[in-house]
Design a protein around this ligand. Structure first.
Ligand SMILES: Cc1cc2nc3c(=O)[nH]c(=O)nc-3n(C[C@H](O)[C@H](O)[C@H](O)COP(=O)(O)OP(=O)(O)OC[C@H]3O[C@@H](n4cnc5c(N)ncnc54)[C@H](O)[C@@H]3O)c2cc1C
Length: 400
């Protein structure tokens, strides 16, 4: 993907992402124009489109879609600086939200890949998160309210500007990660954080298994905001980083103390500042979610396959996430995906294709099959929001 521009919804980009060129691309900049776009879309599939960073995920659409381009629907609606909450329109880019908050010494501690193009609506719809999840939780923990429009044009409200404001079902949590299948998000409200006074990091080298075990042992008593181990092709040793946010003296003490607890086969050094690896990005990105005890066995099993084909392995030991990413799709990609899937199944982990060319996003994308009762429940929830299943039709089913 073009790292600077993301995936704008040109006919070629829409076809590469969804399998069909669009019937129409409609730009919207308000609730009214969004309602008008939905009213024009008859019974065609409708695909909400933000920065496009997550559109090379999921299967092909069920037919030529109406693409709703939400990028012009951007801007801050309300920022309560004292109470540290902010409401934004869905097309607001994450980078613009962070720049606005930064003027007030605040920030939203979410760091998905492609921050320059990612929109807040797309980030919430995909429940996208990054390295800071270890310390701050996921976007689901930070979103406290939302508004959305269903395919019939009804406005849905959930939560609000106070952190505990839920009577009835918790709609913000349900719609986070709904992949644009239930409703189109039109307003998102978050609790934000003061920027940390200081940041300190530990940078380590050694073998992945030793660093994973070391990082898992750190908590408690230390509370890093991120812990990451990276294995790269053609490098003799793996490397890892641990980051602390907080008051200056405390984070420096934590980093030095963490560096001093390493085992003999790891070399570690504490630094002031934040050292985070590159985000997990590429032309092919696979994700595995596993219990902490399974992360080293999975890395051991897949290490040769992934590194020999030019891929990078990124492990988040405190959240159980492992990313496998290739900047160029390897020649034997189908075989690589098969090995990742089979190893995940054998070790009881779940798996998912975050990004791939459309010919690879077949059934292999779907991840482990849900039970029949869960499928029935999902269909019922979906039917309540989108009776004719037109939003992102076909992309995240039938097994999801
Ligand atoms: C299921 C899934 C999980 C992902 N998880 C991660 C992750 O954990 N970390 C990470 O770095 N990246 C992740 N990605 C990639 C992620 O999508 C991007 O990092 C980014 O958040 C997408 O933002 P975007 O504005 O580019 O949205 P797009 O790529 O345009 O859209 C992403 C998805 O959200 C829907 N969507 C977009 N805007 C709206 C809206 N306003 N209302 C309703 N639906 C909307 C789209 O139809 C699409 O299904 C994931 C992608 C998917 C599909």
């Amino acid at each position: 993907m073009n790292r600077e521009n993301g995936l704008v919804p040109t006919p070629a980009n829409v076809e590469a992402a969804l399998g069909f060129p669009p019937l129409r691309v409609i730009q919207v900049d308000s609730v009214e124009s969004l309602k008008a776009a939905l009213a024009q879309s008859d019974d065609h599939p409708v695909v909400p489109w933000g920065g496009g960073a997550g559109q090379l995920s999921g299967m092909q659409c069920s037919g030529a879609p109406i693409v709703i381009d939400l990028r012009p629907f951007a801007g801050v609606i309300e920022h309560d600086i004292e109470d540290m909450t902010i409401s934004v329109k869905p097309g607001t880019r994450l980078i613009d939200l962070q720049a606005h908050l930064s003027e007030h010494n605040q920030y939203l501690p979410v760091d998905p890949a492609y921050p320059v193009v990612t929109t807040i609506g797309g980030m919430v719809a995909a429940a996208a998160s990054g390295y800071l999840t270890s310390g701050y939780g996921t976007v689901r923990d930070l979103l406290i309210g939302l508004e959305a429009i269903d395919t019939s044009g009804n406005l849905i409200h959930g939560g609000g500007r106070v952190v505990k404001n839920v009577t009835g079902y918790d709609l913000p949590k349900l719609l986070t990660g709904s992949n644009g299948q239930l409703a189109i998000l039109t307003k998102l409200t978050f609790r934000v954080m003061p920027k940390p006074d200081a940041r300190a990091s530990v940078v380590a080298t050694g073998k992945a298994a030793g660093m994973i075990a070391w990082m898992i042992d750190l908590r408690p008593p230390m509370d890093p905001v991120s812990a990451v181990v990276v294995c790269r092709p053609n490098e003799a040793v793996d490397y890892g980083t641990i980051t602390f946010h907080g008051a200056a003296e405390a984070v420096t003490a934590s980093a030095f103390s963490a560096a001093s607890t390493t085992r003999t086969d790891i070399s570690a050094q504490a630094y002031e500042g934040e050292y985070l690896p590159d985000p997990i990005e590429g032309s092919l990105v696979l994700r595995v979610q596993a219990l902490p005890s399974l992360m080293s066995p999975i890395v051991d099993k897949l290490r040769d396959t992934v590194l020999v084909s030019g891929g990078t392995i990124t492990v988040l030991p405190l959240t159980g996430r492992i990313g496998f990413s290739w900047s160029e799709v390897p020649d034997d990609s189908a075989e690589v995906i098969r090995k990742v899937v089979e190893s995940s199944i054998a070790l009881g982990a779940s798996w998912f294709i975050d990004e791939a060319p459309i010919e690879l996003r077949t059934d292999a994308w779907c991840g482990p099959r849900s039970s029949d009762s869960v499928l029935k429940l999902n269909a019922g929830v979906r039917g309540a929001f989108d009776r004719d299943a037109r939003l992102n039709a076909g992309r995240f089913g039938p097994r999801s």
